[in-house]
Design a protein around this ligand. Structure first.
Ligand SMILES: C[S@@+](CC[C@H](N)C(=O)[O-])C[C@H]1O[C@@H](n2cnc3c(N)ncnc32)[C@H](O)[C@@H]1O
Length: 235
């Protein structure tokens, strides 16, 4: 069973998460910024105070970044990690944003379907889930809670592990990581973890999963070594 319930993001890891992602994910902030603008331009039929679903809300990057720049947006975050949601709640509180964001410590499928959202995101989450029905189930749980035509943002690590590109890109990722000053020991641990716990699928499979979950008009807008970002609409 993959570690899908937040146990990967324990207290130690959650505490280091924000600095870590900025070192390991090229364009992490630009990704969230572009996601915000795709949501903005994709919500042409949304009410004046749109409601957004942030699946895998982590330490609150999407919640705080979007909320600070869009005073009329309101949010529901869902994340199974207690440690990550505690950091997100504290961050929103400190920035005076907590009234517009509710964070549920748990899964998207625990949320009611009765009040569909005007937009949703799933950023850097799905690659932790195996492609044995878990990836699809997560996408379906989000799709079931969105209004027709509403925008959806997905960002994930993706690759065809059998392609010659895969080892070359992994080595490039490792070299880039090494240049951040990480110790040899930590670098090896990080690399082993990546191999063991990331459930890579090629882009074609991501597109297939999105289609199966009821999304349409999918376009890739972000690419950073093995990371990709896609914008779609609920069908
Ligand atoms: C790498 S973090 C990404 C956080 C945030 N979206 C960001 O861009 O910084 C992945 C998060 O996904 C959460 N997660 C893992 N499995 C999940 C699931 N099945 N549903 C929702 N969130 C999940 C983890 O607890 C963790 O907080």
């Amino acid at each position: 069973m993959a570690m899908t319930n937040g146990e990967r993001f324990d207290e130690e890891r959650a505490g280091k998460y924000d600095a870590w992602t900025r070192k390991t994910i090229p364009g992490y902030e630009a990704l969230h910024d572009m996601a915000m603008f795709f949501i903005k331009t994709g919500m042409e039929n949304a009410p004046e105070t749109p409601r957004l679903l942030i699946a895998g809300s982590g330490t609150g990057m999407e919640l705080s970044y979007f909320a600070e720049r869009n005073p009329k947006w309101t949010f529901t975050g869902a994340d199974p990690s207690r440690e990550m949601t505690a950091i997100a709640k504290r961050r929103l509180e400190e920035r005076g944003l907590s009234e517009r964001a509710e964070i549920h410590t748990g899964f998207v499928h625990d949320l009611p379907e009765s009040e569909p959202y005007d937009a949703a995101t799933l950023i850097l989450v799905m690659h932790f889930l195996p492609d044995d029905g878990e990836k699809l189930a997560l996408l379906e749980s989000i799709s079931a809670r969105m209004k027709p035509d509403s925008p959806f943002i997905l960002a994930d690590l993706h690759a065809d592990k059998n392609s010659p590109k895969f080892p070359r890109f992994m080595e490039t990722k490792k070299a880039r990581q090494s240049a951040t000053g990480m110790s040899e020991e930590d670098l090896e641990k990080w690399f082993d973890d990546l191999h063991a716990n990331i459930h890579f699928v090629p882009e074609e499979r991501i597109l297939e999963l999105l289609g199966e979950a009821g999304f349409k008009d999918v376009e890739r807008f972000y690419n950073a070594i093995l990371f990709g970002g896609w914008v779609a609409r609920k069908g």
